[in-house]
Ligand binder design. Structure first.
Ligand code: ATP
Ligand code: MG
Length: 420
């Protein structure tokens, strides 16, 4: 047990860590291109925050949260998603008082108690984006465009962008009444969870994965067919902007998203190559959430979250290779104790000149030191012994070209600077 990580968690070893660095850097770079700045929030928050924002009737709040009481008897939850914390921080730090919109991104671990499987873990990572302070559909188009550029630049081209409108409080109330009436006539075929949802949050029934529910609700009314003029204008404008950018999208009426706070635009990006867990990005508009969490009235928001594990799996399944940037410029092989001691001056000089350098720490033989130099993929190797120190002269071996040159030890750094 001591040597096993908890179920649903995974180590990221150096074998993979460089891939994480690559996608994270790419995400940061793309966010910067669109003017989004980083927001870092705590890993845990008051449980109430998620209940109020994500919503009591969602799978996350009902089944998946890592909640506990801390030693001060506070109800604490490890964040199951990124938006709630960012919105809380937006309010607490009064970012709404700055020039709007506030454009933020985050990279964060999330925690959900789920049954682990491919692309589904209990601790996983999300890259997310939140644009607060504008209810204009142009910003909806911007966040969708940003995510597509990000996916494209990491090498994913076969993407399906699905958009939908989940209405606003005005049209949702009327629609909910219709939906409830429809569901009331179906009580004998609804699963336990949907029976509960029917009264508390009927639209969530559409998201039910239970096959019986799905089979029997094929003629269920959809929100988008009942949206008000305001929501409809918003949706049409969004489509116009996306079309202008040549975004290939489809309208999918069944997208309701797993969180309660969504209004108007909801969207998902699906990669067509990964199999069962194919949604790599989900997002939508959450006008009203800021106020609901105690912030000022009328501050809108829209965001998305990308599941980073699924993204990396997708890249792997598509044979998209990320190059490991690891390389050592020079390996210093030494003969004897005195030469090893003296080599530290050179190692320091090299590293201070940003030339990566390595040496032996296991008292290896000369042959083994060369083998090690090969193993760490060093570009150059030099051997330093008494003679080299006395004569101020070393043989610099170019490991790739298999060539050797004689260089003055005192000029080695300058010589390497020229050659690297
Ligand atoms: P799913 O339907 O697969 O459970 P979700 O609707 O719960 O997804 P969101 O809450 O929208 O997911 O989270 C955004 C993204 O985070 C998902 O699209 C997915 O890529 C990723 N994600 C969600 N849950 C997990 C998990 N347990 N492990 C790994 N990635 C996850
Ligand atoms: Mg889920």
């Amino acid at each position: 047990m001591l040597t096993k990580a908890p179920r649903g968690t995974k180590d990221i070893t150096p074998k993979d860590a460089y891939k994480w660095n690559y996608v994270e850097k790419k995400f940061r770079d793309i966010c910067a291109l669109y003017g989004y700045e980083e927001m870092r929030t705590p890993v845990f928050e008051h449980t109430e925050l998620f209940k109020r924002s994500v919503g009591d009737t969602t799978d996350i709040v009902q089944k998946e949260m890592y909640s506990f009481k801390d030693k001060g008897e506070r109800d604490i939850t490890l964040k199951p998603e990124g938006t709630a914390g960012v919105v809380r921080a937006f309010i607490e730090n009064k970012l709404y008082a700055d020039t709007q919109p506030t454009k933020l991104f985050y990279i964060t671990p999330c925690f959900r108690y789920e049954r682990p499987q491919a692309g589904r873990q209990r601790q996983f990572n999300q890259f997310g984006l939140e644009a607060l302070g504008s209810d204009n559909p142009s910003i909806d188009a911007e966040v969708i465009a940003l995510s597509i550029q990000f996916f494209n630049e990491v090498g994913l081209k076969d993407l399906a962008v699905s958009i939908n409108s989940v209405g606003c409080p005005t049209c949702r109330a009327e629609y909910n009444a219709k939906l409830k009436e429809y569901l009331d006539a179906k009580v004998d075929v609804l699963c336990e969870t949907c029976l509960d949802r029917k009264d508390k949050n009927p639209m969530r029934v559409i998201d039910c994965k239970n096959p019986t529910c799905q089979e029997n609700l094929t003629d269920i009314p959809y929100m988008i067919d009942h949206i008000c003029d305001d929501c409809s204008t918003h949706f049409e404008k969004l489509k116009e902007y996306l079309t202008e950018m040549d975004v290939n999208f489809v309208v999918d009426k069944s997208i309701v998203r797993g969180l309660d706070y969504y209004k108007k635009t909801a969207f998902e990006i699906i990669s067509n190559d990964i199999g069962s867990q194919s949604t790599v990005c989900g997002g939508g508009r959450y006008d009203g959430l800021v106020e609901q969490l105690g912030g000022p009235k009328g501050v809108s928001g829209i965001g998305f979250a990308i599941g980073a594990e699924r993204l990396l799996l997708t890249l792997e399944n598509n044979d998209i290779e990320i190059e490991n940037p690891k390389s050592t410029d020079i390996f210093i092989a030494t003969i004897g104790d005195h030469a090893k001691t003296k080599s530290f001056k050179l190692l320091k000089e090299l590293r201070y000149n940003h030339i990566s350098a390595d040496n032996d720490h296991l008292d290896r033989s000369m042959k083994a030191q060369f083998k090690y130099s090969d193993k760490i993929n060093a570009k150059f190797t030099v051997v330093i012994g008494e003679d080299e120190l006395n004569n101020d002269s070393v043989t610099l071996k170019d490991m790739r070209a298999s060539e050797q040159t004689t260089v003055k030890l005192s000029e080695l750094v300058d010589e390497l600077k020229k050659r690297l």
